[in-house]
Design a protein. Structure first.
Length: 219
């Protein structure tokens, strides 16, 4: 599962790496949680950075309410689940982050960790999006796709986001594919890819959004 992540980047970094145009000032966040907004690049507007709500609101939703229950889509049943079966075929996106957070169970306690790429580059997580049009304007939202944890992540969790590690793979994810090709891309990232360390339990409070959440507590 992925229930929190962070996004700290510069406008130059985003424009140079992804070839997108930024129309507004880039918003950074050290603590992005369910129902909050984050940056994605969608398959239908690949030259634009979009700021969408996290937690999929299916197009057929009666209320258009984001309950936060659909922040993740498990790769194992994504092709057949009612909320995800159309988006995985037609509405895929790149979810941008510099790290995500995960909690390790330690008896009755949970210990939060920050997880990032060893390379120090921005993370690109595989996502799907949808648009609800039941109100006066369209409301776009997204989910992050998860898979089995790799060897590193197994130390703290059994699940992790699907990471799209190269520009070539990222472009392919946004291209037209059949469902078999799409699901084949949802692989567990190779080991020796990630770097993780303990962070403050203040991450549990969504109102706490500070660079201190990136501090290594054991360094």
């Amino acid at each position: 599962m992925c229930s929190r992540f962070s996004f700290v980047a510069t406008q130059e970094e985003i424009e140079n790496r992804f070839g997108v145009t930024l129309q507004n000032q880039l918003r950074t966040s050290y603590n992005i949680g369910p129902t909050q907004h984050a940056y994605i690049i969608s398959n239908d507007q690949q030259n634009k950075l979009q700021y969408l709500t996290w937690g999929l609101i299916p197009s057929w939703s009666e209320t258009g309410r984001n309950t936060g229950r659909l922040i993740n889509a498990r790769k194992e049943n994504i092709g057949g689940q009612t909320s995800f079966r159309i988006p995985i075929r037609k509405k895929r996106c790149l979810v941008l982050a510099d790290s995500f957070y995960e909690w390790r169970q330690d008896g009755i306690n949970t210990i939060p960790y920050r997880v990032k790429l060893k390379s120090g580059e921005l993370m690109v997580m595989a996502g799907i999006w949808d648009e609800w049009n039941g109100g006066q304007y369209g409301l776009k939202s997204f989910s992050i796709i998860t898979t089995d944890a790799n060897q590193e992540m197994k130390e703290i969790s059994s699940r992790m986001p699907v990471l799209l590690l190269t520009g070539e793979v990222q472009k392919k994810w946004l291209s037209e594919m059949d469902i078999t090709q799409t699901v084949d891309m949802l692989q567990t990232p190779p080991s020796d890819t990630l770097y993780m360390y303990r962070v403050s339990k203040k991450i549990n409070d969504l109102n706490f959004n500070n660079v201190l959440l990136h501090k290594n507590l054991v360094s």
